[in-house]
Ligand binder design. Structure first.
Ligand code: ATP
Length: 510
């Protein structure tokens, strides 16, 4: 389904609304509706269970959003958490310079892809894409251009060379995507942190930041957690919480928001062992995504060309969103940068005594950091389909169906009396609903024809619909309909809870 439909489906069916919509919304801020908050909570549960519950040596915390302002000086965010900003003087539109340049490279890649597709059509089954890309002169030339542009971009970003970025935009003749104008301002740095005031006295000492990442709440608590839980290295601390970034350009729905939620885990290891753990978490996190049924072809690793100030290795897990492959999760080897910085600025030792080595050291850190909202968008993109299906009367109709993994589905089972004005049926259905609601989030629905009720459940991703009909009254059986296959089987009322429970259980994917 295309991206526009995904956005309107999310609103119409109670997943995501624009924030303060009656005031025309607030740019890049969104609210989760009834089904959206259920889905988001289930994503968080899956993450928390796989990290904290499944690992003896990972514990969770919930740190405050406000932190001592020195935290952000130590972490480098006050001085270096910037994006390069450029304005177009004609359209008055604001852009991230690095994204304009990346967009230029993506356009060349699209041209290569077009040639590849044409060649595939021409050669049929015998077509070898890798060979074509490596030997076709036009592809080679274009690929060389992409490589050069991305290399120059990475270098300018590494050096914080704003003039260099401006020159690249001019040399490549990059135009404003909206207006086609090339009338650009200079590129300048823009700090992404929001700030506010503590108490009622204004001044630098009371200036607080809304955290731009959850990680620092973990670093400053490293020794508290280690001591109170008697963890031995290697061990991890996990956290789910809000983060805030004053993004320059916030587009693409919930992909890039100004207030969002992160699920992060910082894993503390012996210095020198970080690459082993980096590889371990790369593989483990990819498996987490695959377990939900996301096809491997829609996920890929993307190494960072441009390492952040704190990292010695970094990779993204990218997902093929409706607008192309983009970062869903980051895995970063952060060295001892953060703990050492906090140690220096606070004057407090943040070291670990390793009884096996009989020495003190500042641990190294490998982190996994995933945006909860981006995961939500990935799941919506992956599972929302429009399908033609047979109707009860033998004709065909189109349905919107959200084929979420059952453990993530907001409502697990809907209970539907076949007819609304037959009291025996509605009474029996209410009894089934009352039994099931202690176990799962269920819905009772008697309004409209049964076919329309099925469609409503399909649209919110309910994996099972239980229908109570006249046979139920005779023999205590119901039909249970599978959202994906549309198959209906008859089972005893007493079997429903076990049947659904087994399918929606997180242990199937952990
Ligand atoms: P990007 O390059 O897309 O700006 P990033 O590299 O700055 O992302 P990280 O700092 O690594 O992102 O943050 C970890 C995760 O947090 C990302 O993988 C992403 O899922 C999520 N995230 C970051 N910024 C946003 C945002 N503005 N809105 C929603 N999610 C975000």
């Amino acid at each position: 389904m295309d991206f526009k439909n995904l956005i309107s489906h999310s609103k119409e069916y109670g997943f995501i609304y624009p924030s303060s919509e009656i005031y025309d919304g607030l740019s890049a801020v969104y609210d989760y509706g009834p089904y959206g908050s259920e889905l988001k909570n289930n994503i968080k549960q899956y993450w928390w269970k796989s990290m904290v519950q499944m690992h003896e040596n990972i514990v969770g915390i919930d740190a405050a959003i406000f932190m001592h302002p020195k935290t952000w000086k130590a972490s480098g965010h006050v001085d270096a958490f910037n994006d390069p900003l450029v304005d177009n003087k004609d359209s008055k539109k604001r852009y991230r310079a690095d994204q304009l340049i990346e967009g230029y490279a993506e356009k060349i890649e699209a041209k290569i892809q077009k040639d590849v597709d044409k060649a595939r059509e021409r050669f049929g089954d015998s077509f070898d894409e890798q060979m074509f890309r490596a030997t076709n002169p036009r592809c080679i030339e274009r690929q060389a251009e992409i490589d050069k542009v991305l290399k120059d971009l990475a270098e300018a970003m590494r050096l914080g060379d704003m003039e260099g970025l401006g020159n690249l935009i001019r040399d490549l003749d990059i135009t404003d995507p909206e207006s086609g104008s090339k009338n650009w301002t200079e590129v300048r740095q823009f700090n992404l942190m929001f700030n506010t005031q503590l108490g009622n006295i204004a001044g630098e000492e009371t200036k607080l930041y809304l955290r731009p990442e959850t990680a620092q709440g973990i670093f400053v608590n490293f020794l508290n957690v280690q001591k109170s839980t008697r963890q031995k290295i290697p061990f991890g601390i996990a956290q789910i919480g809000k983060a805030f970034r004053n993004e320059i350009v916030a587009r693409q729905f919930i992909f890039r928001m100004r207030e969002f939620e992160q699920m992060e885990m910082q894993f503390f290891v012996r210095p020198g062992e970080e690459m082993k753990w980096y590889e371990y978490w790369k593989e483990t996190r990819l498996k987490w995504h695959l377990a939900l049924g996301t096809p491997a072809s829609k996920l890929r690793f993307h190494d960072h060309d441009n390492l952040a100030h704190y990292a010695n290795a970094a990779v993204d897990i990218q997902y093929d969103f409706p607008f192309g492959f983009r970062e869903l999760e980051g895995i970063h080897s952060r060295t001892d940068f953060d703990l050492s910085q906090h140690q220096a600025l606070s004057g407090k030792k943040l070291q670990y005594f390793d009884p096996e080595l009989n020495e003190n050291y500042v641990p190294y850190v490998v982190e996994t950091s995933i945006g909860c909202d981006r995961m939500f968008l990935a799941m919506m993109s992956e599972s929302l389909r429009q399908e033609v299906v047979p109707d009860a009367d033998g004709k065909e109709s189109t349905r919107d169906v959200l084929k979420l993994h059952p453990s993530l589905a907001p409502v697990k089972v809907a209970v539907l009396p076949l007819l609304k004005n037959k009291e025996e049926l509605t009474k029996a259905a209410s009894d089934v609903y009352d039994k099931l609601k202690t176990k799962f989030l269920c819905q009772y629905d008697e309004k409209d024809a049964i076919g329309r009720r099925y469609r409503r459940q399909d649209a919110i991703g309910t994996p099972y619909c239980v229908t109570i009909d006249f046979d139920t009254l005779e023999n205590n059986t119901v039909t249970i309909r599978d959202r994906d296959t549309l198959e209906q089987v008859r089972i005893g009322i007493d079997e429903v809870s076990g049947f659904v429970g087994e399918k929606v259980d997180f242990s199937n994917i952990l």
